[in-house]
Design a protein around this ligand. Structure first.
Ligand code: PMP
Length: 345
């Protein structure tokens, strides 16, 4: 979900960017106009997350999925070991890619209980070059509410909770997120990397996959996805003007609190996620009777609450509450849940 003001600005820019007579879809990626957009977008990321000068902000392509491969390609040299946490489908995919490059130590896993919690005790062997975690498990609805403290660079897939929380971002070695949830429109991926963690490698890298080249080129190594970066820029402005990550976190807590209270108060609905690890972005819950669950999904759609069906691999129900979602939308869902429960409980 994007803020309506962002959609309006993006729509206007498609017709005429800044009174230039050109559409934002037509401006070249090396034009003054785009260089300015890219520069301001990178600056805004630094400002919103209070990043220091070691942290390099890159807008890349290939989604978070590309990062699953690009991270070990750049950071896990031949014969070396990295630690990964396995707390869900996305972490599992990251592990699968990393295993192509080096030795993987699974430092923690919650696969024993169907990924319904975050295993926080880590088993590290002291030889790992980094630890990779998924801060918010989008499909399973769990979230690290405080990040693990380790001696190696911490690498975080923040695809579904970036810009929604206060953290010591400078304490991370690298973090990344596809734009399509809290940053903007699909088609661009934010990667922030502390340049001091990039090792000299034995392995040779294709230029496009080498973070150093992207840093040198100030995130303009090749044609950038101009429109996707522009929408990210508008969203970053919106976050900045609306109180930054502190305000986003407060809004997220209010929304999640309202929804989880409702789930817990209605016996028809269940959440299997460990209470302490519940995600503020994606509430995963279900109705035991699958016929009723289908009926509830239809009831929601008929009443304007869309995309409440759980991820295709998980089933059940999922309410995603990204940054732009107003509290009233969650209140509406809660009303529908009470109403449905009353008639079907
Ligand atoms: N990691 C997480 C936590 C995600 O939620 C997603 C997408 N939903 C991905 C990775 C994959 O992202 P992409 O489709 O941008 O490659």
């Amino acid at each position: 979900m994007l803020p309506p003001s962002v959609e309006e600005k993006a729509a206007a820019a498609v017709l005429n960017y800044n009174n230039s007579g050109l559409s934002v879809l037509e401006i070249p990626h090396r034009s003054e106009a785009f260089l300015e957009i890219l520069h301001h977008a990178r600056q805004l990321v630094k400002k919103i997350l209070s990043l220091n000068n070691n942290m390099e902000v890159l807008f890349l392509q290939g989604g978070a999925t590309m990062q699953f491969a690009q991270i070990p390609f750049n950071l896990l040299d031949e014969g070396r070991t990295a630690a990964y946490c396995n707390h869900g489908v996305w972490g599992e995919k990251a592990i699968k890619e990393a295993a192509l490059f080096g030795e993987i130590n699974i430092a923690a896993s919650s696969s024993d209980r169907n990924y319904t919690y975050i295993q926080k005790e880590l088993t590290l062997n002291g030889r790992e070059d980094y630890l990779h975690i998924t801060t918010n498990n989008t499909i399973e609805g769990t979230q690290w509410h405080s990040l693990p403290v380790v001696d190696v660079p911490l690498i975080a897939d923040m695809s579904s909770d970036i810009f929604s929380r206060e953290l010591d971002y400078n304490g991370l070695g690298l973090f990344y997120a596809g734009a399509q949830k809290n940053i903007g429109a699909a088609g661009v991926t934010l990667v922030v990397v502390n340049r001091h963690i990039l090792p000299e490698l034995k392995r040779k890298l294709p230029s496009i996959l080498d973070y150093r080249n992207h840093i040198k080129a100030a995130s303009l190594l090749n044609t950038a996805p101009v429109f996707a970066v522009y929408v990210s820029y508008l969203v970053l402005q919106w976050i900045d003007e609306n109180g930054g990550v502190a305000a986003m976190q407060k809004r997220a807590a209010e929304r999640a609190d309202m929804l989880y209270r409702t789930i817990d108060s209605l016996p028809l609905f269940r959440s299997h996620v460990a209470v302490d690890d519940r995600s503020l972005m994606n509430a995963v819950f279900s109705i035991d009777d699958k016929t009723l669950e289908e009926a509830f999904i239809r009831f929601c759609e008929e009443n304007g609450v869309m995309h409440i069906r759980g991820h295709r691999t998980a089933g059940g129900l999922r309410a995603s509450m990204y940054n732009a979602m107003p509290l009233e939308s969650v209140a509406k869902l809660c009303d529908l849940m009470r109403d449905f429960s009353h008639h079907n409980g």
